[in-house]
Design a protein around this ligand. Structure first.
Ligand code: ADP
Ligand code: MG
Length: 229
């Protein structure tokens, strides 16, 4: 199978005053296209740190991340922005939706951000159509003009997933997407992710919940800053 993303010997430490915290101590990881991978580990084990590094939201202290054979460390500013905006989609535990925007506008925002003013004029109607389709798929057709604060947690997370997918990123990264939800609602989110995976979406999902993780096609454990399978 073709490799989607590969981490080689990733290390990451945080220094707080005089203490140095070694969070990742040489993480090696190869994730193939089309996989639904769960990364599990205790709270504080470095799951979010790893996901941020894979999505180029953060840099490792040493080691390399290769996205489809491209070393992220070698990407210049513009290419790196392209990677963050077009190649990966991010879903967070606390949704990170913009309360000033409607549901529809939230979902469209990443497409607008990447288009530039002129590009956006030609993209807008297509983007709106795709946002409609995504929101309909996730059961939010009746919520397009609502503001995020008017929605339930499960609905907000489904909006966040739609937003993450608007630019059709090959890789979806989800950081505890069910972590703020009751188990039934969380299950619905998991079903949505599984449905995407069935259609070929590559997904890396971080969770501290073994039951949630067991639904993925592959489970990776982060223990003492290293990967165990
Ligand atoms: N920016 C930061 N500065 C200092 N310490 C951090 C920072 N980010 C995370 N940490 C610490 O690194 C460890 C791993 O954090 P994190 O990756 O968020 O773990 P997880 O997502 O598995 O709960 C934790 O002990 C956390 O407190
Ligand atoms: Mg975390």
């Amino acid at each position: 199978m073709e490799t989607m993303i590969k981490a080689e010997n990733i290390t990451k430490s945080y220094t707080m005053g005089k203490t140095k915290l070694d969070v990742l101590r040489g993480v090696n990881l190869t994730i193939e296209k089309g996989r639904f991978v769960a990364v599990v580990g205790a709270s504080g084990s470095g799951k979010s740190t790893l996901l941020h590094i894979l999505g180029a939201l953060d840099r490792p202290n040493s080691g390399s991340v290769f996205y489809q054979k491209q070393n992220l460390a070698g990407l210049r500013w513009g290419k790196l922005n392209h990677f963050r905006n077009k190649e990966v989609g991010f879903v967070f535990q606390f949704y990170h939706l913009l309360d000033e925007l409607t549901v529809l506008e939230n979902v469209m925002a990443p497409a607008m951000a990447s288009a530039g003013l002129l590009g956006w004029m030609s993209l807008k109607s297509r983007t709106r159509e795709r946002a409609h389709q995504l929101l309909e798929r996730f059961g939010l057709k009746e919520r397009l003009r609502h503001k995020p604060y008017e929605l339930s947690g499960g609905e907000r997370q489904r909006v966040a997933i739609a937003r993450a997918l608007i630019n059709q990123p090959p890789l979806l990264l989800a950081d505890e997407p069910t972590g703020n939800l009751d188990s039934r609602t969380g299950h619905g989110i998991l079903e949505a992710l599984k449905g995407l995976h069935d259609e070929g979406q590559t997904i890396i999902m971080v969770t501290h919940d073994e039951r949630i993780a067991s639904q993925a096609s592959r489970v990776i454990r982060l223990i003492d800053g290293k990967v165990q399978e």
